[in-house]
Design a protein around this ligand. Sequence first.
Ligand SMILES: [Zn+2]
Length: 400
Amino acid sequence: MNSILLENITVVTMDDSRKVIENAYVAVKGSTISYIGTEKPNGDFDVCISGEKKIVMPGLVNTHAHLAMTLLRSYADDMNLQDWLFKKIFPFEDTLDGGKIAEGSIIGIDEMLASGTTCFNDMYFFEKETAKIAVQKGIRAVLSEGINFDGYDRKIKLTEEMLEEFGNEELISLAIAPHAIYTCSNELLKDCAGYAKKNGLLIHTHLAETQTEFDDCMKEHGITPTEYMESTGMFENRTVAAHCVVMTDRDLKILKEYNVSVAHNVVSNLKLASGVAPIPKMIEMEINVSLGTDGASSNNNLDMFEEMKISAILHKGITLNPTVMDAWTVLKMATVNGAKALGFDNLGVLKAGYLADMIVLDFSAPHLTPNHNTVSNLVYSASGSDVEYTIVGGKIVYNR
Ligand SMILES: [Zn+2]
């Protein structure tokens, strides 16, 4: 059984007591954390890492990605969402095949591991290729074939093949991903909801991303996108809804009522000028809000540290209230809430018995000095490039 010991390190546990333990030891045995505390544990370890001027925290969970869109990085910028999607992205995507998806997945996973993401929730095509690369590289992934227009039967067949091939793979879980209400028929949405329910799978979808989507839905169905999605039975499944930018008070109540988790994609929403999701309101209502990068074509990177900082400061700016989205709340969104959104009950917190998905950051750099408040420094001063080690399921999968 592989084993790791982190020595004399500062531990940001992310547990409810908000405990930050200095000069601590973290031991990993196999895929889980076996000990956290200030006494040095007995026994031999395969790898010992000195934690001087280093921080260990739970790995970041990116709850909305289209990984292989790394291939479209800097391909179409400074455009509105409808033009961007229909004139540039969809035509490019028509040319993709399994080989290209594998290439894009390698770039994306390398980028994620190097910037502290240990688990991601992905919706795209040829996800079998992404699954293979995820297993090779050792990152945890929840994968789904994006379903739109008339692709239901083919996508379900692919999902079933993946269930067969990766069903026993520890790092891989599967989800069902109806793309959005404007790219799926009512029947298709209902089919997705039914299939997910029958098979106990997570739903991963886009919801109320733009005012156009909202207005079109009101015109066509006389109800909001969230009400429309509710009417299909989708929310009877564990659901991660990306964006949720244009929301009425009733929509927010629906999210709360069904325990729908929100993936807040602040950078993508800003870059595509889609608007700003009412995140402080959601947090006040105790809706589970997590963070996502969306695809690299609308971000244009997968750095969750950037996502955290921009989320924190944008909502302060918009609400004219510097106390909203405090550093702890935002760090929790990127870890604890992400794990919860994806249905993990042993992830997102550093605790004995939990999965050893964690990252070690070098805190000796000038931009992290002095360290009056570790959580503040993580959210406001750190960036993905400060990550020195990324550990997933007890294995070191990145070392700077
Ligand atoms: Zn998306």
